[in-house]
Design a protein around this ligand. Structure first.
Ligand SMILES: [Zn+2]
Length: 460
């Protein structure tokens, strides 16, 4: 996920009330012709572990997939080959340049009062420390305001932003801009309390920023537990000195790629239903929930159509975007390459907020289109999907959707479970439930099938 939450997603992130599988109301008349194929798509997905097995293969084989890494490059080739084996058509790697940040070796330790190692993860984009590391006294603050108020204490120190998690949007500002603010006051390095709810001493990495004209200082995240330990020491007026060692580098841009595969439409191949997620991930684990699962459930939606021999009127296009985490180069490259056909995109759906129950589908578009999509989502009530919510869209489909005024959807899971492992070593396939993945794939298959098969495109 980006450093700021796209408006659409924040609406969708609002806590989703758990809901028993409600009996669907009467099916809207225009949907009657779809019911048989809708049920076939649901039956083909629910009960299958195909999606989970594929996610496990992705994460086990390629691990973390940072943009510019060999891991992502090989995973992209694997995805293209596997799409071809699934029978998807026009499979291609849409090349684009991407940043290459490399983590290298890193560590953090308490030097005084008593030497003791701490858990840390360097933030994406951070510079390295000198080889011997940075050793300096610690100052703990809980906000940018407190930092500014205590400006005279900051020169030559390591600043820790010990900011409690109050939701991703407000809290991530410290990860993104902590180094800029601390450097302005003369700090030599910055630490941030991991952005997420309490975990099990898991550090959460993620992108950070520098500002032209402000000194660049090394930046890292530490688990909530380590931040609170340091804050307690300081609160007891114990002087604390830390040593941070980082050897991160930003190397020249390298070639990366969006992985694209399609089911070409039988009547209107030029009209596109776009589904996807981002294939890059941070490196501490395999990026199972961010965003391997989003890539696999959207891809699975198309695979299910192939398995059932369904070829819709319009083209269903699966895009596994590169570089969502630190630059959006994949999303921008897709927009730039398909700008001519932006208005021919009849629906764009992204999954990049996890696949955890309770999950929900959100939509952004005009009222008529919303009504129709709400009726389509009502067909998913037996699976336990709640009524269609607000907030379609996402970081990767955002650029093309904006240019083409494309009706947009998003699948979002329970944000607490998502942010508990987000960008951390705990983001592994063990956190993902095969049944929930099958349900998500079924939901996406149904709404994208209907949007690709309906007589006329969704109104916009
Ligand atoms: Zn993500």
């Amino acid at each position: 996920m980006l450093s700021t939450v796209p408006a659409a997603a924040s609406v969708l992130l609002a806590r989703t009330p758990a809901r028993a599988a409600a009996q669907p109301g009467p099916t809207a008349g225009w949907l009657a012709p779809f019911q048989t194929d809708v049920q076939r798509l649901i039956d083909a997905s629910v009960g299958s572990t195909a999606a989970w097995d594929r996610l496990a293969e992705l994460c086990d084989t390629f691990g973390g997939r940072l943009t510019g890494s060999r891991n992502l490059e090989l995973a992209s080739d694997w995805a293209a080959d596997t799409m071809r084996k699934d029978g998807l058509e026009q499979v291609r790697l849409q090349k684009t340049l991407g940043p290459r940040w490399v983590r290298g070796a890193e560590s953090l330790e308490i030097v005084t009062p008593v030497p003791s190692p701490l858990v840390m993860l360097g933030l994406g984009g951070s510079i390295a420390t000198p080889e011997a590391g940075v050793t300096a006294p610690l100052v703990v603050v809980r906000s940018f305001d407190e930092l500014n108020t205590r400006s005279s204490e900051i020169p030559g120190t390591i600043v820790l932003f010990d900011v409690p998690y109050t939701g991703y949007g407000p809290t991530v500002a410290y990860r993104a801009n902590g180094a800029i603010n601390a450097a302005r006051h003369g700090a030599v390095a910055v630490l941030v309390r991991s952005v997420g709810p309490m975990g099990l001493r898991t550090p959460h990495t993620g992108g950070m920023s520098y500002l032209q004209g402000t000194p660049r200082i090394p930046a890292a995240a530490i688990p909530i537990e380590d931040a609170q330990r340091l804050a307690r020491l300081v609160a007891r007026r114990v002087p604390v000195t830390l040593r941070l060692r980082m050897s991160a580098q930003t190397l020249p841009d390298v070639e990366s790629a969006n992985v694209i595969g399609e089911i070409v439409g039988r009547e209107h191949p030029e009209e596109i239903v776009l589904v996807g997620g981002h294939f890059d991930s941070w490196d501490p684990a395999g990026g199972a929930s961010d965003d391997g699962v989003g890539c696999i459930v959207t891809w699975e939606a198309a695979r299910l159509m192939k398995v059932l021999g369904l070829r819709p009127r319009r083209t269903v296009r699966v895009v596994l975007f590169t570089n969502e985490e630190n630059g959006l180069r994949g999303a921008l490259a897709y927009r730039d390459a398909y700008i001519e056909s932006a208005s021919k995109h009849v629906l764009a759906l992204e999954s990049d907020i996890g696949v955890f129950e309770p999950m929900r589908l959100g939509f952004s578009g005009n009222d008529r289109a919303r009504q129709m999509m709400a009726e389509a989502v009502d067909l998913l009530r037996p699976l336990g999907f709640p009524p269609l919510g607000p907030g379609g869209g996402g970081a990767d489909i955002g650029p093309i959707a904006q240019v083409g005024q494309v009706p947009a959807m998003a699948l979002a899971g329970d944000p607490t479970k998502y942010f508990q492992i987000h960008h951390s070593p705990a983001d592994t396939v063990e956190r993902i439930d095969p049944k929930e993945m099958a349900k998500a794939a079924a939901g996406i298959a149904v709404v994208s099938w209907i949007a690709a098969e309906m007589d006329t495109p969704l109104p916009r």
